[in-house]
Design a protein around this ligand. Structure first.
Ligand code: UT7
Length: 334
């Protein structure tokens, strides 16, 4: 697939932000009938971070954006587009991406949010890459950010143990070498499954009323078992498809950065690709599921550890509400 486009869409910088407050499984035990042992065994989660009540998702996204600008030294005026993937925007509108754009003074950019839940970052990254590969843009900022604590029902043990808050992002830039950057992707949605993971209240279907609040419709609701079965198959399937289509095997991958929803889902995908454990980014133990944040946070950690060098193949795969699922293969280097 790689060289049909004019330019490479390469990741030139990464950054992430995690709130300071650590919420342990022991703290969650105080809210619902659960146990540290159950949470660790069934999910791999040991702790997660919660943002302060008075800080919105944009607080984390702006921290990431500032860090991307500081680390890279790029002029914010040279940024063409800002995309924020999130399901917990500060407001229905305007987009959280506009808040980010304003905060960093990226006055020449356009900005919008992308809603694809846990697949949000990969969908946003691939969308952004199109503008770069076809020559329309030179520099795009892509951020995944979610304050899941703002939509968690702390009385529902099926969901409140699973999520955390966090954000990560990348600068995506034009390279004259089209064989670098995004090589291939595989994205899908299954809209016949909107019921198994959602927040029903507050939208135009169920605008906020006393009744929607009383019925707890403003919180995440999930049929965990159904989503698990789906995710465990699809994460492995699309990851393998993208590799095989490009003549690669797990052995050719320098790094696999999967969405962090459940340790068992990650392990199944790694098994299917025959990937050794040291090539798989796992941070669900410390940060839980930060929805659009998981993949860019893990990628940023990997870069901080110098785990990618020019020419390396990197695969990122997410599965989430919608249902949505997507996998993107990158060849590292600028
Ligand atoms: O990121 C978006 C995509 N989301 C996902 O990928 C999440 C996918 N789902 C999952 O990760 C898993 O399904 C869960 C971690 C949510 C649940 O694990 P599971 O192994 O599928 O458990 P289960 O739902 O089949 O429940 C097993 C038992 C049930 O009790 P019974 O009916 O067997 O008596 C649950 O009531 O575990 C019970 N249970 C809990 N027990 C202690 C469910 N939640 C809890 C809990 N603490 N927090």
């Amino acid at each position: 697939m790689g060289s049909e486009h004019r330019y490479g869409a390469v990741i030139s910088e990464t950054a992430h932000f995690l709130p300071e407050r650590i919420v342990t499984n022991a703290e969650i035990e105080q809210h619902v009938d659960t146990s540290d042992e159950w949470i660790r065994e069934r999910t791999g989660i040991v702790e997660r971070r919660f943002l302060a009540d008075d800080e919105p998702t944009s607080h984390m996204a702006v921290e990431v954006a500032r860090s991307l600008v500081d680390k890279s030294g790029v002029d914010p005026l040279s940024i063409d587009l800002v995309i924020v993937a999130t399901v917990t925007p500060d407001m229905f509108f305007p987009a959280t991406a506009c808040i980010v754009q304003g905060a960093i003074g990226a006055r020449n950019a356009w900005a919008y949010d992308l809603s694809a839940a846990c697949s949000g970052f990969v969908f946003a990254l691939v969308t952004a890459s199109q503008f770069i590969q076809n020559g329309a843009h030179r520099r795009v900022m892509v951020i995944g950010a979610d304050k899941m604590s703002s939509i968690l029902d702390m009385q529902d043990r099926n969901t409140c143990v699973l999520f955390g808050d966090g954000a990560g992002g990348v600068l995506l830039e034009r390279s004259e070498d089209p064989s670098l950057g995004l090589v291939d992707f595989e994205h899908f949605s299954d809209g016949s499954n909107v019921d198994c993971l959602n927040v029903r209240g507050g939208g135009s279907a169920h605008p906020a009323t006393h009744e929607t609040v009383d019925k707890r419709l403003h919180y995440v609701r999930q049929d965990g078992r159904a989503v698990f079965k789906f995710a465990v198959v699809k994460m492995a399937e699309i990851s393998a498809t993208v590799l095989e289509r490009n003549g690669l095997t797990g052995q050719d991958l320098a790094l696999f950065v999967p969405h962090q929803a459940n340790r068992r889902i990650i392990d199944a995908a790694a098994d299917r690709m025959n990937l050794p454990a040291d090539r798989v980014m796992v941070n669900i133990d410390h940060f839980a599921n930060t929805t659009a944040g998981t993949i860019p946070i893990a990628l940023s950690q990997a870069c901080a550890e110098d785990r990618l060098k020019k020419g390396d193949f990197l695969l990122m795969t997410g599965v989430g509400a919608g249902l949505t699922w997507g996998s993107a293969l990158f060849r590292w280097g600028v």
